[in-house]
Write a protein that binds this ligand. Structure first.
Ligand code: NAD
Ligand code: UDP
Length: 431
C-alpha cells in the first residue's frame, strides 16, 4: 500500500435557479501569496461575477479547477485533460492509493499545482469548478481502513460542498454504481434506489457514497450549491495501479506473468467495463452542461461475465495462465450494467472504445510499467473478511474464538519480547 497505509426521490434533476453568492475578491493562496480569484486581469466586480455567477459561467473559457484525488487513476487522467484544455488545475491528494509519480508529467507545468492534503480536513482556495474524486475505489483499498473510507466520502463531501457554497464553484461528485449495491434489476437506471447492505464489508464505500450524494442534493436544495453527480461504473485503462486488486489489473498482471488467473466465485457475476478516456469525456461533459444536475450513469453498457473477461485477457496476452476459482467476497454484486439513456440524451455521450480495444491499450501499459515504482500487493481483506463471515454463518464461532485467543496470546508474547528487546537496548546504551 502506498504512503504508509495505504431515485425517484431525487429532484427532477432539472437545474434550479441559483442565487448569486457574495465572495471575497482577493484571498490568500496556500503559500500566503495574495492572488486574485480565478478570473485574473478583470476588474473586481467582473472577476466576482465570472467567479460566482452561473449566468456568466461558460463565457470565460479558462477556469481554475480543483480536482480532489487528482493523483489517482481517474484523477490523473482528468488533470491531464483539464491542463491540456488550458485550465489552471489544483490537484489535492493525500496519496493514500497513489503517488506523485502518477502525475510526474504535470508537476512542472505552469498551470498545475499539487497540494498534499486530506479532504477530511477543510481546504481553502478560490476556484470555479471542483471535481471531487478523493476516495479509494478498489475494494481492497477501501476495505483496508473502512472507517477512514467513510470519513473520506462523507467529511470530504461536506468540506468540499462548503467550499463550493462559499466560492460559488460548480462541484461534481464522482459517485458510483455501488450506490445500487447488489441490484435486483438490470440494467440499472438512475431512478433505481438500490439494494445495499448497510453493515457489510462493502458498506463503508457504498453507504459513504450514498451519504455523499445525499449531502450534495441537500446542499443543492438548501443552499443553491451548483452540483453535478455522476455514477461511474467499472472503469479501466492505462494508469491503473498494478496491485490495486481490481479485476482488470489483477487479470492482466497475472496473465503477463503466466500466473493463475484468480476468479472469485464461479465467474458468472457480470460487470460492464468502460475505457478511461470515454469516462473522462463523460465527466467533463457532465460538468459543463447546463441541463441536469444528475445523478447520471456513466459507463459502458456492454456487459461481460468475469469468466469472459478472464478468457479475453488470456487470449489477448497469449498467456499460459490457468483459471483458478477462489471464494467470492461478501456482498459481491451479481450483475452490473448501466442504463445510459440519460447520458446519451443530456451529455450527447456514449462510450467509443469497446472492451478488446481498451484491453489491448491497457495490456501495453502494464507491459511497459516499471514495477519497481509500486509497492507489493496489499493482503486481500475482502477475501479474508468473506471467509470469516462464512465461518460465522456455519456456526464455527468456536474456531474463531480459539483463533482469537491465539492471536491475543501471540500479540502479548510479541509485546513481551519487544519490551525485553527495548530494555536490553537501554542497558546496552547505559553500559
Ligand atoms: P484511486 O484510488 O486510483 O484514486 C483515488 C485518489 O483519491 C487517490 O489518489 C487517493 O490517494 C486519493 N484519496 C483517497 N483518500 C483521500 C483523502 N482522504 N484525501 C485526499 N485524497 C484522498 O481511484 P479511482 O479509480 O481513480 O477513483 C476515483 C474516484 O472515482 C473515486 O471517488 C471513486 O469512488 C470513483 N469511482 C471510480 C470507479 C472506477 O472504476 N475507477 C468507479 C466508480 C467510482
Ligand atoms: N474479481 C475476480 N478476481 C479478481 C478480482 C476481482 O474474480 O482477481 C471479481 C470480483 O469478485 C467482482 C469483479 O471481479 O465480482 C469486479 O471486481 P473489482 O474489484 O474490480 O470491482 P467491483 O466491481 O467489485 O467493485
Amino acid at each position: 500500500m502506498h504512503s504508509g497505509t495505504y431515485r425517484e426521490d431525487y429532484p427532477s434533476g432539472r437545474i434550479q435557479s441559483k442565487p448569486i453568492l457574495t465572495v471575497t475578491l482577493t484571498t490568500l493562496s496556500l503559500s500566503g501569496e495574495k492572488k486574485m480569484p480565478a478570473s485574473k486581469g478583470k476588474s473586481s466586480s467582473a472577476a466576482a461575477a465570472a467567479t460566482v455567477g452561473s449566468a456568466t459561467r461558460g463565457k470565460d473559457p479558462f477556469k481554475r479547477i480543483l480536482v480532489t484525488g487528482g493523483a489517482g487513476f481517474l484523477g490523473a487522467h482528468l488533470c491531464r485533460r483539464l491542463v491540456g484544455e488550458g485550465h489552471e488545475v489544483i490537484c489535492v491528494d493525500n496519496f493514500f492509493t497513489s503517488s506523485r509519480h502518477n502525475i510526474a508529467d504535470l508537476l512542472e507545468h505552469p498551470n498545475f499545482e499539487l497540494v498534499r492534503h486530506d479532504v477530511t480536513e477543510p481546504f481553502v482556495c478560490e476556484v470555479d469548478q471542483i471535481y471531487n474524486l478523493a476516495c479509494p475505489a478498489s475494494p481492497v483499498h477501501y476495505q483496508f481502513n473502512p472507517v477512514k473510507t467513510l470519513k473520506t466520502s462523507v467529511l470530504g463531501a461536506h468540506n468540499l460542498l462548503g467550499l463550493a457554497k462559499r466560492t460559488g464553484a460548480r462541484i461534481l461528485q464522482a459517485s458510483t454504481s455501488e450506490v445500487y449495491g447488489d441490484p435486483d434489476r438490470s440494467p440499472q437506471t438512475e431512478s433505481y434506489w438500490g439494494n445495499v447492505n448497510p453493515i457489510g464489508v462493502r458498506s463503508c464505500y457504498d453507504e459513504g457514497k450514498r451519504c455523499a450524494e445525499t449531502l450534495f442534493f441537500d446542499y443543492h436544495r438548501q443552499n443553491g450549491v451548483d452540483i453535478r453527480v455522476v455514477r461511474i461504473f467499472n472503469t479501466y485503462g492505462p494508469g491503473m495501479h498494478p496491485y490495486d486488486g481490481r479485476v482488470v489489473s489483477n487479470f492482466i498482471m497475472q496473465a503477463l506473468n503466466n500466473e493463475d488467473i484468480t476468479i472469485y466465485g464461479e465467474g458468472q457475476q457480470t460487470r460492464s467495463f468502460c475505457f478511461v478516456d470515454d469516462l473522462i469525456d463523460s465527466m467533463v461533459a457532465m460538468m459543463n452542461q447546463e441541463e441536469d444536475v444528475g445523478p447520471i450513469n456513466t459507463g459502458n453498457p456492454n456487459e461481460f461475465t468475469i469468466l469472459e473477461l478472464a478468457e479475453t485477457v488470456i487470449r489477448l496476452t497469449g498467456s499460459k495462465s490457468k483459471i483458478v476459482k477462489l471464494p467470492l467476497p461478501a456482498d459481491d454484486p451479481k450483475q452490473r450494467k448501466p442504463d445510459i439513456t440519460k447520458a446519451r440524451k443530456i451529455l450527447k455521450w456514449e462510450p467509443k472504445i469497446q472492451l478488446e480495444e481498451g484491453l489491448a491499450k491497457t495490456i501495453q501499459y502494464f507491459k511497459d510499467l516499471d514495477l519497481r515504482r509500486y509497492k507489493k500487493p496489499t493482503p486481500h481483506n475482502a477475501l479474508a473478511n468473506t471467509e470469516k463471515i462464512q465461518k460465522e454463518k456455519n456456526g464455527n464461532m468456536m474456531d474463531d474464538e480459539e483463533e482469537g485467543v491465539d492471536k491475543v496470546a501471540t500479540s502479548t508474547k510479541k509485546r513481551g519480547a519487544e519490551k525485553e528487546a527495548t530494555s536490553a537496548k537501554k542497558s546496552a546504551r547505559r553500559a
